[in-house]
Design a protein around this ligand. Sequence first.
Ligand code: ATP
Ligand code: MN
Ligand code: MN
Length: 310
Amino acid sequence: LEQPKKDIPTMESKVAGVRISNADRQVYPEAGCTKGDVARHYETVGERMIELAGHRPLSLFRCPSGIDGQCFFQKHDNGGMPDSLSKIAIEESDGDEADYLYATRPESLIAAAQMGSIEAHIWGARVDRLDRPDRLVFDLDPDEGMDWPRVRDAAFEVRDALAELGLRSGAIVTGGKGVHVWMALRRTRGWDTVKLFSQTFAHVIAGHSPDRYTATMSKAKRRDRIFIDWLRNERGSTAVAPYSLRARPGAPVAVPVTWDELKTLDAPNRFSLGDMKARMKQDCPALAVQEDLQSLTNDVVAALQDWAAQ
Ligand code: ATP
Ligand code: MN
Ligand code: MN
């Protein structure tokens, strides 16, 4: 008969009722943030994050050995995911079905942190209508080493160009190098329209100022330019979720900002894990954007096409 194994003592704690193993393990060695800190971050921002990122298929960026170890994106349920992360079967481009994960409550996000997940990335559609995108994102990706004020100016330029088409947008600093300009869509159009609109818009901006922008992913063409990444707006593509932690030094967070705030913001990774308690006491700029549903009407599409033909 085998002797019962002695419990191995590990630092275990509970965050919002979710068991977190090895809560004292370093995830951000430089910043001194632990797995417990990551879980508590998702407790702090959880409710707000669910309003913005809930019920959307996820891609989780997991770093089980911390941000200096091996990290990987996980979008499918591998069978070992906790019950508080919901699952939905989705047909992929190859015709096969796969189970995707989505969050419905703060505990879903905390359970993901227990699995070593740090970042949450979301689809631009919700699980009840995956064929009708409701979120359009222009992800401004600067070339290596570009000064932040240029990226910031670009966000305003994209905002103003959208405004010329009658569209209102918001800003999210990614916690990395760039900023996302985004808007909420009424679910009247399919991916084909949203993708074509995004692609055309990015090419119009880049065509107008080819010395400053590119609409193609190629790193070679990015030299001293900003890539207007419109490819976030395809079925199956993701963008970082508002209030997601980033697996980058300093434990930065992707944070929605007002245009006024962006004017003087000195870095896209200005906000970190420790700033979120105070931030949650303010109104969320993204909630107003999310409620402001807009349509890519035939008129809007035609106005853009006119512009493209000029
Ligand atoms: P930054 O401001 O530094 O660019 P970002 O979140 O916009 O931060 P990107 O590198 O522009 O980061 O990535 C855009 C999106 O593409 C990510 O949010 C992610 O959803 C997706 N992505 C990037 N790399 C992968 C990958 N290897 N697998 C799956 N999705 C990816
Ligand atoms: Mn980006
Ligand atoms: Mn990108």
